[in-house]
Design a protein around this ligand. Structure first.
Ligand code: NZQ
Ligand code: ZN
Length: 393
């Protein structure tokens, strides 16, 4: 097992009654004037926003609202939030939503105490010295931002989607009520589960070859997701399976099922370019390219793909041909994505053919003009990225 550091400071309050704790948690973590940040209308429609604001009001905690965060959250909304926080003297952010809202809150949190443009951090021009404290009220299990050290923001100027990672932005608390996910549209449920599986796979395809314990945990998580997603697509009010998915979303990205630092992450990088160019749903962008990535890289370590095929996808092990087993596992994952309504090609993702020019542009951006590589399981150069996008087209 490689050396690592594990840090998961977020207080998780999980369950159907968890929302009753919000005001107490804000106060406990020092909040006196709160920005309640949210996305489109889902949190208002469900009554969650009223519940959060009602709790804060009852506890005498002042708050202002800022909604309108869109999936693939935009830098302009972050700037709006920073201005609002400064004007209002905000000292705590409650993010009511999914990865997009939480990530927008994290970026606002970085920006408030910084004189320059918060985008500087995402461009690696400088590092933040502080982040305003944030609490999450999670409504979609997917990105794992409620326990992760990451935020991913899209700059509309040039459609550039970049992540920034630092322990400073980790949520102080995450309130998770599985009932709040009953209203998710099937596509978002499936995209969320895909992202959860992909966060596990990105860590699973690591160069660390001694991960017996975390491999087993990762496999159990993925098998559970494969069962639970069908149960909730069939019955959206299935508390038991909604709960499995919600907790898995956090565990898949808080490093307990493998260290992020040792992982591969090439599929995420390829997917981010698809989201930046076509505003594609994050989980769906990953499903669109994963099998092509897998077929391109599996020879680097066939036995890992065999392990995935047998232990997660339920493929019979063909001892005479590890390659055949590995490829059968990739095909089975592709069938699974299709069965839950995810695209398995770029054409299915964007509902038209992708052009050679668009592929070249995505590979150019992904490799920073050919100056950086992506992935660790197999190191991908710009030409490799073009090849994978072409396989996935
Ligand atoms: O905007 P509203 O109306 O709330 O609708 C949202 C949105 O359209 C809807 N939704 C959320 N909860 C709902 C609901 N609809 C009905 N009922 C509910 N309970 O779902 C849509 C998607 O929401 P979003 O927050 O975008 O989803 P997700 O959590 O998948 O977040 C995706 C973003 O997170 C980033 C992605 O790149 C993407 O920008 N990621 C963040 C990571 C991190 N911070 O650690 C890691 C991930 O790999 C990922 O990159
Ligand atoms: Zn992801």
């Amino acid at each position: 097992m490689k050396d690592f550091s594990f840090y998961a400071p977020t207080e998780v309050v999980f369950g159907a009654k968890s929302e009753e704790k919000i005001a107490e948690l804000v106060r406990h973590h020092g909040g006196t004037k709160v920005l309640v940040h949210y996305g489109g209308e889902s949190a208002r429609r469900s009554g969650l926003l009223d519940k959060v604001c009602g709790q804060l009001t009852a506890a005498g905690i002042e708050h202002v609202l800022l909604g309108g965060v869109v999936p693939n959250p935009r830098l302009s909304k972050v700037h709006e939030g920073i201005d609002l926080c400064r004007r209002e003297g905000i000292d705590f952010i409650v993010a009511v939503g999914g990865g997009s809202v939480i990530d927008s809150a994290k970026a606002i949190g970085y920006g408030v105490g910084y004189d320059g443009d918060v985008w500087d951090f995402y461009l690696r021009r400088t590092v933040p010295q502080s982040c305003m404290p944030i609490g999450a009220v999670l409504t979609i299990p997917a990105a794992g931002s409620e326990m992760s050290d990451s935020s991913v923001i899209t700059n509309e100027d040039g459609n550039i989607k970049l992540g920034y990672t630092s322990n400073l932005c980790r949520c102080k608390f995450a309130v998770m009520n599985p009932e709040r996910t009953y209203t998710l549209p099937p596509y978002q449920t499936a995209a969320g589960v895909t992202d959860i599986i992909m966060h596990t796979l990105e860590r699973y395809f690591s160069k660390d070859d001694d991960m017996t314990l975390v491999d087993s945990m990762a496999e159990a998580l993925m098998r559970t997701m494969k069962d639970s997603v069908f149960a909730v697509l069939d019955n959206p009010h299935d508390y038991r399976n909604r709960a499995q998915i919600m907790w898995a979303g956090s565990l898949a990205h808080n490093d307990i099922t493998g260290s992020r630092a040792a992982g591969d992450w090439a599929t995420h990088q390829l997917g981010h370019e698809l989201s930046a160019m076509f505003d594609a749903t994050h989980g769906a962008s990953l499903a669109a390219v994963w099998a092509s990535w897998a077929r391109y890289v599996y020879k680097e370590n066939v036995s890992r793909f065999v392990r995935l095929a047998v232990n997660v996808m339920g493929v019979d092990n063909d001892y005479t041909s590890p390659e055949a087993t590995a490829l059968a596992g990739i095909a089975a994952m592709e069938r699974f994505f299709r069965a839950i309504g995810m695209p398995v090609s770029i054409k299915e993702l964007i509902v038209r053919d992708v052009t050679d020019g668009e592929i070249d542009e995505m590979a150019r951006k992904c490799s920073c003009g050919g100056t950086v590589t992506k992935g660790t399981f197999k190191v991908l150069h710009r030409d490799d990225m073009v090849a994978i996008y072409r396989m996935a087209r």
